[in-house]
Design a protein. Structure first.
Length: 626
């Protein structure tokens, strides 16, 4: 066996640089680079390996470890999970800063490779700087916090272990059903330790991404159930897009007439103006989708994990006889809601189903109803896009301005606050990859970092990042990385002086917006929504902050100024921030849906007690689908 003397880190970097994936005959390099922030826990190990042969894996310098994992998630999602980034950190705080990013990736089923540094395997200089000491357990480090948020976890105690750990890493990252964060905790001494690495380990390796098909009997049974249904409904999730099944879905919708609702991750499965498109479904859904869901007798979920936002906390599907068919590459998701599970790739499975449904269509009246609802919904979108709200514009007008300024293949990115719900309802999506709202973890701070990852994956597209002031304050540091790497983002910073989303939720729970405004403390209070003369707003200038980080800033006082600013931004080559203030109270309503958020069962405030009564009543509509 030919061997080459390498450190564990050098072997791993060479291995990663030589991994390829192939789907449908198209081959790609799997790793697009390695993000990192160096410290004593990785500078001489993984850092040295990246330094030694910089052509192997491009090193990207991030400002914050959580943010770099978000960027890696954005990248993987944009690449339909066929491309990933690695992330290296020091030990201790650098490592644990990645835990939130790991959870986001795993919840969203997005592949990322995390390489947190770890304390000495030899334990010679223990306790080292930043080492957690657990008095009753010697083999624990802070990196054990990654275990529940990783789809694969290993700690490399000896250099030779990298061989099997790397192969397991690839198995999980490329597995469409299993994928998520893979964490290889890498003790700082082991990273730098040499071993005789088999040459074969670092040679080119191609991983085939299969399109597994479900059991034939199950597909036949599903086709029979669809033929017997009078009001079937498709719920398209992220799996439709990852599997590149959007064309097949459109053909199936056209031939059968089955209307389609979309989850957050599945938005873009059909273009917004397709006659079968009901748009967003669930808590942040359209009346078109939610009304259809209420009467559906068969729900065909495709590539969805059925979150509470999609099922409206299990109140969306109200037909007493409703049953589910679940097309999913993961049997875990296919089995949900007592559904008939079609465990397989979305595209392949829809092709099979299409063959078995040839010549069959739903009633014309049901087909026409979907087309009518599509038109009625778009009229509602138009209304909200052009409210003319004064003196400050409504957020829906901002979304309208960005939508009309953007090209069909541009990408809108968002994650937390009130905008994801508004975007889900109102964004006119024209391209399957044009809508990128992270709503599995809905993590404040994903927006700019995730947008950076999207731009890295698709530099030919304009990337519009919509970010609220709260999310901006939490994590905006990757603006600097976007400047450094010349990766232009168009960031629309929507300021409403705090949390309009949670403020609205708080009011609906009888809590008067408590703790959701950015105001001075006055007489013990930070301001409530019902205050007639609330404490003054904080003198925070986020636009100036963005400017100081190197972005071009355009301040927009009105929707007209925003439209002009968006045109101006198109000409700019570096990251632009368009700052606009909106009315915190001019929100988009909810459309025939409900979300289960508990409120205190006993309370002093009348407002809370009466909400609790309504809550108890509303909860009786919650069902188990068995
Ligand atoms: C990291 C994180 N912390 C807390 C939350 C809970 N949360 C959801 S939205 C929100 C407020 C977001 O504020 P902002 O970005 O200004 O958006 P707005 O609600 O004003 O639209 C909070 C605190 C979250 N989703 N993520
Ligand atoms: Mg806000």
């Amino acid at each position: 066996m030919t061997t080459v003397r390498l450190t564990a880190a050098q072997a791993l970097v060479r291995f990663l640089a030589n991994q390829y994936v192939e789907r449908d005959g198209v081959e790609h390099r799997f790793f697009g680079g390695c993000f990192g922030i160096f410290g004593h826990g990785n500078v001489g190990g993984v850092g040295e390996a990246l330094f030694e042969q910089p052509e192997l894996l491009t090193y990207y310098q991030a400002r914050n470890e959580q943010a770099m994992v978000h960027a890696a998630s954005g990248y993987a999602r944009m690449r339909n999970r066929l491309g990933v980034l690695a992330c290296t950190t020091s030990i201790g705080p650098g490592a644990t800063n990645m835990v939130t990013g790991a959870a986001l990736a795993t919840v969203n089923r997005l592949p990322v490779l995390l390489l947190p540094g770890d304390v000495f395997a030899s334990r010679r200089p223990d306790p080292v700087l930043q080492q957690l000491e657990v008095p009753w357990q010697g083999d624990v480090s802070v990196n054990d916090a990654f275990r529940p948020v990783s789809r694969y976890f290993d700690r490399i105690w000896r250099p030779e272990q990298i061989l099997s750990a790397a192969m397991q890493t690839m198995r999980v990252l490329v597995n469409q059903a299993e994928t998520g964060a893979v964490t290889l905790a890498f003790p700082q001494d082991v990273q730098a330790e040499a071993f005789d690495c088999p040459a074969a380990f670092v040679e080119k390796r191609v991983w085939r991404i299969p399109r597994p098909l479900p059991d034939r009997g199950a597909v036949a049974e599903a086709a029979a159930r669809i033929r017997a249904a009078r009001k079937p409904l498709i719920v398209a999730g992220g799996g439709v897009i990852y599997s590149e099944a959007t064309d097949v879905l459109r053909r199936l919708a056209e031939s059968t007439g089955i209307p389609v609702g979309e989850t957050q991750a599945g938005k873009g499965s059909l273009p917004y103006d397709h006659s079968s498109a009901l748009g967003a479904i669930g808590v942040t859904g359209t009346f078109a989708a939610n009304r259809t869901a209420a009467g559906a007798d068969l729900v065909i979920g495709i590539g969805t994990r059925w979150s509470d936002f999609t099922t409206a906390s299990k109140t969306a599907f109200r037909n007493p006889d409703v049953r589910f068919v679940n097309v999913n590459v993961a049997d875990f998701d296919a089995a949900k809601h007592g559904g008939l599970g079609l465990v397989g790739d979305a595209r392949g499975t829809l092709e099979r189903l299409g063959e078995l449904l040839q010549g069959w269509s739903i009633d014309d009246s049901y087909r026409q109803e979907a087309a009518r609802l599509n038109g009625e919904w778009d009229a509602e979108v138009e209304r909200l896009y052009s409210l003319g709200h004064e003196p400050l514009p409504a957020q829906s007008e901002v979304l309208g301005a960005v939508n009309s300024a953007s090209e069909p293949t541009d990408v809108v990115v968002c994650a937390a606050g009130s905008m994801p719900g508004d975007l889900h309802k109102l964004w006119r999506t024209r391209d399957p990859k044009g809508y990128h709202v992270e709503y599995g973890y809905s993590c404040m701070g994903y927006e700019i970092a995730g947008g950076l990852g999207v731009k890295m994956a698709a530099p030919e597209r304009e990337v519009y990042v919509l970010v609220g002031d709260g999310s901006y304050l939490m994590l905006s540091s990757e603006i600097v990385t976007s400047i450094q790497e010349n990766l232009k983002l168009t960031i629309v910073l929507v300021d409403n002086h705090g949390f309009s989303s949670i403020g609205g939720l708080s009011r609906s729970l009888g809590l008067d917006g408590f703790g959701t405004q950015y105001r001075y403390r006055r007489n013990g209070s930070l301001g409530l929504d019902s205050d007639e003369s609330p404490p003054p707003l904080l003198p925070v200038d986020l636009a100036a902050n963005a400017e100081s980080l190197g972005a071009r800033v355009i301040r927009c006082g009105t929707i007209e100024e925003l439209r002009a600013g968006l045109d101006e931004a198109k000409k700019e080559t570096r990251t632009v921030v368009l700052a606009v203030e909106v009315d915190r109270y001019a929100g988009v309503p909810s459309y025939e849906s409900w979300w289960d958020v508990p409120i205190a069962e006993v309370a002093e405030a009348d407002s809370v007690r009466s909400v609790r009564k309504e809550y108890d009543a509303a909860r009786t509509a919650e069902r188990s689908y068995l």
